[in-house]
Design a protein around this ligand. Structure first.
Ligand code: NI
Length: 151
């Protein structure tokens, strides 16, 4: 496994629409392992492939409930709304309030290429929505309602 460099705000890959993964190959599986290691090393709760300069629709999330990797993720159901603070490994030093759906169901493929559905609520649901946004070139600062100032 390897820790990959995380690109930051200003890099064009963060504003590009990522392309779907056509086939879950060994390369994709290695990328997922490297993304997970990169996320843990950076003490993040989620990472999307564009953040490591790969324009493909892959995310990893771990909010303390175990690692979830989703390939070609799509939100198929969203309910409710919660306003909470979030940040992004690609936008260091900034955080703020964003309203997200309180509960989501996402579908995609797992690291073995099998179709899966993930039901998430609370911070898990928030992380999934944040990471899927990355695949469409959307950053949390686009949805930011109120910046949290730091001393
Ligand atoms: Ni992010």
């Amino acid at each position: 496994m390897a820790v990959l460099p995380i690109v930051t705000l200003g890099h064009p890959v963060l504003r590009s629409k990522a392309r779907p993964v056509v086939k879950v190959t060994k390369r994709v599986q290695k990328l997922i392992r490297d993304m997970a290691e990169t996320m843990y090393q950076a003490k993040g709760v989620g990472l999307a492939a564009p953040q490591v300069n790969v324009g493909e629709r892959i995310i990893v999330v771990d909010v303390g409930q175990g690692l979830v990797a989703l390939i070609n993720p799509e939100i198929i159901k969203a309910e409710g709304a919660i306003r909470d603070v979030e940040g992004c490994l690609s936008i260091p030093g900034r955080s703020g309030y964003v309203t997200r759906a309180a509960k989501v169901i996402a579908k995609g493929l797992d690291a073995e290429g099998r179709p899966i559905k993930v039901e998430a609520q609370g911070y898990f649901a928030r992380a999934i929505q944040h990471e899927i946004d990355h695949l469409d070139g959307i950053l949390f600062i686009d949805r930011l309602e109120e910046e949290v100032e730091r001393e």
